[in-house]
Design a protein around this ligand. Structure first.
Ligand code: NAD
Ligand code: DAU
Length: 360
């Protein structure tokens, strides 16, 4: 079996659902259930004997060690993290606690477990660390995309904490020989995406008749990847990646934020038209994110060349599926927009000034 951390979050739950849809190998799903963890994401497998859910903290080395001894997984797939850049600006401590100290605690439990395995099981074991393109910092408009050898230059407490975790994972391979794999992926979107992030926030605010907040001038560029493509990349790296190696994962889909918001408004105008006007009328420019990275772009040629992975979805197909998913899952949306979510929205947006709008 495999041991997944953070499998109740956005990407982790998509990964667990896809995994069990494609093969019968059981999953231990270990998740703290922070505000971002949601058992509703896993509702379709809550009676599935191949899915063993355990609530816990990756920093709790003894708890992880006991589970590893009990279940003897052949691999760890490590998603668990604090993941939202804006939250890391308001409160960086949780990011250090989970992303740095938590990853360290997890690595210690895994190292002890792995060291005691027979040689053949040691050789076959994998620790796959799911990381982000944000560790590479920001690009200018004409810079080449990030490769696996781009120098680290994290700019937010979130990306700095992920960079620290990447370095710890690297060191456990070089020092102890733990068979690690690291993936650095670009922005994901798709089902079960928590509506604090741009795409689900815009869809849910649009339908609720609320402002669609654009930070700064809206010309920051992200490289969008449909979440099931990311999950397929992780499965492929787990299957065939070389221990100690890093693989960049991206969608070859660079888009400015404002263009993404326009696409979402236009799809909603077709699928769920307003009584009058366009969803674009709700676009509101607000104070920029401090330290906002201007552009991310991934050079995903290594994983394509060495492992034969490339994305199956285009932005056009993926974004349409995503909007449709949110339209079809209003109960899921209502459930995640609980009291804590409203507190976060108030904290992040009330102190932002509305700025002069650029043409919509
Ligand atoms: P998410 O915030 O939606 O989910 C994180 C999950 O981790 C939640 O279920 C949460 O309960 C759990 N968790 C948090 N702290 C924990 C702890 N101490 N112990 C156990 N579980 C804990 O995040 P996501 O967007 O699904 O991202 C998953 C991973 O992928 C993260 O490591 C993130 O850095 C990375 N990543 C995300 C993106 C993206 O676009 N979302 C892109 C590239 C990489
Ligand atoms: O690049 C990978 C990263 O992508 C992951 O490592 C992170 O976990 C994930 O959250 C994401 O980070 P971003 O900061 O790029 O995603 P977010 O959805 O928060 O923002 C996307 C862009 O939209 C960014 O330029 C900020 C902007 N934005 C965001 C929000 C929430 C707005 O203009 N308005 C908003 O209200």
């Amino acid at each position: 079996m495999i041991f997944v951390t953070g499998g109740a979050g956005f990407i982790g739950s998509n990964f667990v659902l896809d995994w069990l849809a494609q093969n019968d190998e059981p999953v231990v799903n270990f998740d703290k259930l922070t505000y971002a963890g949601n058992m509703n994401n896993l509702a379709t497998i809550n009676q599935d004997p191949r899915h063993i859910f355990v609530q816990g903290d990756i920093g709790d080395t003894e708890h992880v060690a006991a589970l590893l001894a009990e279940h003897k997984p052949r691999a760890i797939v490590h998603f668990a993290a604090e993941s939202h850049v804006d939250r890391s600006i308001h409160g960086p401590a949780a990011f250090i606690e989970t992303n740095v100290n938590g990853t360290f605690g997890l690595l210690e439990a895994v190292r002890a477990h792995w060291t005691a395995l027979p040689a053949a099981e040691q050789a076959a074991f994998r620790f796959l660390h799911v990381s982000t393109d944000e560790v590479y910092g920001t690009l200018g408009a004409n810079d080449a995309p990030f490769t696996e050898t781009t120098q680290y230059a994290p700019n937010s407490p979130y990306s700095a904490s992920k960079a620290a975790s990447d370095h710890l994972v690297r060191s456990y391979h070089h020092t102890y020989g733990l068979p690690t794999l690291t993936t650095n992926c670009s922005n994901n979107y798709g089902p079960y995406h928590f509506p604090e992030k741009l795409i689900p926030l815009i869809i849910t605010n649009a339908r609720a008749g609320k402002p669609l907040p654009i930070y700064g001038d809206g010309q920051q560029v992200r490289d969008w990847l449909y979440v099931s493509d990311h999950c397929a990349a992780i499965r492929r790296v787990l299957e065939a990646g070389q221990p100690g190696e890093v693989y960049n994962v991206g969608g070859w889909n660079e888009k400015a934020n404002l263009d993404v918001v326009h696409v979402l408004c236009d799809i909603l105008d077709k699928l769920d038209p307003k009584a009058a006007g366009s969803y674009r009328d709700q676009i509101t420019y607000v104070t920029d994110r401090p330290g906002h990275d201007r552009r991310y772009a991934i050079d995903a040629r290594k994983i394509e060349r060495e492992l034969g992975w490339k994305p199956a979805e285009t932005f056009e197909t993926g974004i349409r599926k995503t909007v449709q998913w949110y339209l079809d899952h209003q109960d899921w949306v209502s459930d995640v927009q609980s009291g804590d979510y409203l507190k976060w929205v108030a904290k992040n947006y009330q102190e932002r000034q509305t700025t002069a709008g650029v043409a919509k």
